[in-house]
Design a protein around this ligand. Structure first.
Ligand SMILES: [Zn+2]
Length: 244
């Protein structure tokens, strides 16, 4: 599915739990990319998502190294090497790496592929996924690991013990379909670790935005990456469980 997810009367709906209780985020800036796009926050599952959605070509262009370097090379390079962004994941991977040859998949590993590199150093059989060809090649060069396209996942079956998605879901055309594809390649007792899509990842650009908000005395609240959600109470997880 591409385009906006709207109901019959034209009201926007959450891409994850389908709730119509959504409002434009004040913490996330709008972006101009093939038209103006804004992040909307779901009042029920607390996730946020980009409206209108990007089509497949637009997603590839958004994640191309060419676009990333042209738009904001300074901020991006600082964010990419900010290991604190993944510190909890790294802690988790270190604890879990008791058995060698455990399969690890980073869906949306980025050009620097730092999580794939880290997992490989811990002894995981680490594989990355990237949507765009130049970014995929750059990631392969950075990590020395196999980086595949999302469609290549069909060649795998239940072989990844840990699958990670960092700041990915909010940009997907159809997040539930992608999550189903991911669950298909997860080992029987495997874990999916999702970072985001809750509002306001603690990145440098969000930090600068929060400073600006404080100066302008508008929306000074800073949301962090980590929000604890109950599997049974959160409508996103309820819906996800019913789908898979
Ligand atoms: Zn929702």
């Amino acid at each position: 599915m591409t385009g906006d997810l709207v109901d019959l009367v034209g009201k926007r709906r959450c891409y994850l739990c389908k709730s119509s209780v959504v409002s434009m985020s004040h913490n996330r800036r709008q972006i101009r990319f093939y038209g103006l796009r804004a992040y909307y926050r779901c009042g029920e599952c607390k996730s946020y998502s980009l409206f209108p959605k990007l089509n497949q070509t637009e997603i590839q262009n958004l994640y191309s190294t060419k676009y990333i370097n042209e738009v904001n090379p300074k901020v991006d390079s600082i964010e990419q090497v900010n290991v604190n962004r993944f510190s909890l994941l790294f802690e988790y991977l270190s604890k879990e790496s008791v058995r060698t040859e455990k399969g690890f998949l980073d869906f949306g590993c980025g050009a620097t592929a730092e999580v794939v590199i880290f997992a490989g150093e811990l002894g995981y059989k680490a594989v990355g996924v990237e949507v765009e060809a130049t970014t995929r090649m750059e990631a392969e060069r950075s990590s020395g690991k196999l980086i595949i396209f999302p469609t290549d996942l069909q060649n795998y079956t239940h072989e990844f013990d840990i699958i990670f998605l960092g700041d990915v879901i909010e940009h997907l055309n159809n997040p539930l379909e992608t999550l189903n594809d991911i669950v298909r390649v997860l080992s029987p007792n495997g874990h999916v670790v999702i970072q985001g899509p809750l509002e306001g990842a603690y990145t440098l650009s969000n930090f600068l935005l929060s400073v600006k908000s404080k100066v302008l005395k508008k929306h000074p609240q800073i949301f962090r990456h980590i929000t604890y959600l109950s599997q049974h109470e959160n409508p996103f997880f309820k819906h996800l469980i019913s789908v898979i």
